[in-house]
Design a protein around this ligand. Structure first.
Ligand SMILES: CC(C)(COP(=O)(O)OP(=O)(O)OC[C@H]1O[C@@H](n2cnc3c(N)ncnc32)[C@H](O)[C@@H]1OP(=O)(O)O)[C@@H](O)C(=O)NCCC(=O)NCCS
Length: 199
């Protein structure tokens, strides 16, 4: 059992764990193409900033990860320039309101990945996602993954990191509070924002 830097051979495992945990820790279902979840919340991170990705591996394989973007604004700009165009044909931006709600939201995000929370993240320019499969939860791995990521972010000069989490995920909200994140003001119902200074 180990926490180690991400390797390119971990790509599929990270992509699948992203989908398997996307709905407050359980799989997101009902999407025409479930892969869109990984296209939004896992693949661009390990593609653009693999040095800020770490995995937890146990005897069964990769069971969790933490991934991050050093500079959220630069990351989103690169995403629009280099990532979104890959999906113009397979996952076009939504145009018809009758389309399934979650799929339309994800396709919009794939082409315009700005934070929906209208929060001031200027003290926390980096952001992260962390997900563990159920078998790996509740044993300190989340806290350890964050510690490894924070060291990597500090080494790259990040002064702070933020994240968003659904309020329908009280376990994760409790986790972020317990490990020392500060809750930030958000304007979007159902979303909580957290920041952690790294200096
Ligand atoms: C949220 C998650 C990353 C936490 O990782 P974890 O390894 O389970 O958490 P840890 O064991 O490191 O817990 C660290 C602290 O947070 C607390 N905590 C963790 N999960 C908690 C929960 N569900 N409810 C209350 N407290 C919790 C622990 O009690 C622990 O406190 P302690 O060190 O004082 O004992 C993990 O449970 C997970 O991946 N969940 C499903 C996916 C998800 O929700 N990801 C976040 C999306 S924003």
């Amino acid at each position: 059992m180990t926490i180690r830097p991400y390797r390119p051979s971990d790509f599929d495992a990270v992509h699948l764990i992203c989908l398997a945990t996307a709905n407050a820790g359980v799989p997101m279902t009902g999407l025409p193409d479930p892969d869109i979840v990984g296209h939004c919340f896992a693949d661009p991170y390990v593609t653009f900033e693999p040095e800020l990705a770490f995995v937890y591996e146990d005897g069964e394989g990769v069971a969790g990860y933490v991934i991050a973007a050093l500079d959220t604004t630069a990351f989103e700009n690169r995403w629009r320039a280099e990532w979104s165009p890959r999906f113009i044909e397979s996952h076009p931006p939504p145009s018809v309101s009758a389309e399934p709600e979650a799929d339309a939201w994800l396709r919009e995000f794939l082409h315009n990945p700005s934070s929906p929370a209208a929060t001031d993240f200027s003290d926390y320019p980096s952001h992260l996602h962390i997900d563990l499969l159920a078998r790996a939860r509740g044993a300190g791995r989340g806290r350890e993954l964050l510690a490894v990521l924070f060291e990597a972010l500090r080494a790259k000069g990040s002064p702070g990191v933020h994240l968003l989490v659904g309020r329908n995920n009280p376990g994760a909200v409790a986790f972020y509070r317990t490990v020392g994140f500060t809750e930030l003001t958000t304007s979007v119902p159902g979303i909580a924002a957290f920041g952690m200074r790294l200096d």
